[in-house]
Design a protein around this ligand. Sequence first.
Ligand code: C2O
Ligand code: CU
Length: 478
Amino acid sequence: KVYTDYFFDEPAYNTHDGGYIPLTTPKTAPQPLAIPPLLKPDKQTATDDYYTVRAQASETQFLPGKKTKTWGYNAGFLGQTIVFRNGKQTHIDLKNALPELTTFHWHGLNVPGPITDGGCHAPVYPGETNHIDFKVMQPAATIWLHAHPCPSTATQVWKGLAAMVIVKDDVEDQLPLPRNYGVDDIPMVLQDREFHADNQFDYRADYDPDGVQGHTALVNGTVNPYFNVTTQRVRLRILDGSNRREWRLHFDDGLEFAQVGSDGGILPAPVYMDKVMMTCAERDELVVDFGRYQPGDEVTLMTDDTPLCHFRIKAFDPDDTQLPDHLVDIEDEEPTPGLPVRKITMDGMDEEVAMDGKKFDMQRIDARQKVGDVAIWEITNTNSTKNGMVHPFHVHGTQFRVLARNDGPVYPNEHGLKDTVGVNPGETVRIKVKFDLTGVYMYHCHIIEHEDGGMMAQIESYDPAHPKTYHLMDMETL
Ligand code: C2O
Ligand code: CU
């Protein structure tokens, strides 16, 4: 079976909102897709990895003419790609070489909150270095790192503070999936930006409380990229790293592909499709088979009607590896008996956004869940089905299962682990959430301006045997 629709509710697509900024087809010549280098460990042993991640200011050549002032992680814009390995003790120096405070949030990583997790309670002040240690405890996945200071996550990500993180493990190693980084295993961070005078970003000028957008699509920071295809099969690790934009991806000739991974790792089975929609912060791993093309052919990945990346076919050796029908087993735990269903609402639009009718408060714990408990959460998007938005719901420090959409089936590509799920207006999505570690974790809409605007709350994962009090920051003490 090949799916041929975007699954989400068409009336809620971002193209319908008044403030929608359409993408324009770039006028500049195609350039090679930038492949972020892999971050070199400072030191590596059989059991331990050591890294330094440095948030820094720089300049980036996006367009002919003036360079753009940007921020990045060990890079001018975005980052170097960081590789973690399941089971390894990992030690990271977090250096802030920026002129303002930032945080280093590991989106999708199963680590203790609120400090290691790097949300708003874990500031690293300018010129300072914090250190975190954790053990990687999760299956192979495509996750990411981004800044998360409240309430300036959106401006910092807009400047470039986002990087891809790849988790590896022994299970994924054995699957017949492309994994030669930069050759047939390609990170693709999808974003959009507006370029103002002298090619500069101007976040204030572009500000929209429902999410900042720009007319120019960037893939890994490249405007109008092409990628030379030198193997028959290519794996794309796609991250919606934009503040607001949804991507409706398809190839210009309708080429089919297989989705093999979602936010938290490999799917139980490949899902064959010729279209896929991504909401903010989601990751999709796609395997594309270019076997039907000849050297010299070009096939273009599009979003709606705008070209995103040109795949230029070079000569390659035949590779008729088929994906197995079954990829990985995902543990499916029964909900802990006797727990009430946790009901959550994502409310409003513009400045009115809220979570459970309240604006975010750094000092308030909104909910508690016992560590190890498996709880059902029901997330309702209370927007009107006529002119509401899809709000991508994200929880820190866990990978959840999506159980139902309005009591009906989930989308075919939602049978894996997720940390972000797009909820349509008027819809209730049921998920199953377990925290393996204690700590305070945030949950919020991942339209970053909604998150900064208060559509965010926090939950404490607690251990009754080892009560802990967390030092929660507030805006004044920051
Ligand atoms: Cu991607 Cu609260 O984060
Ligand atoms: Cu939202």
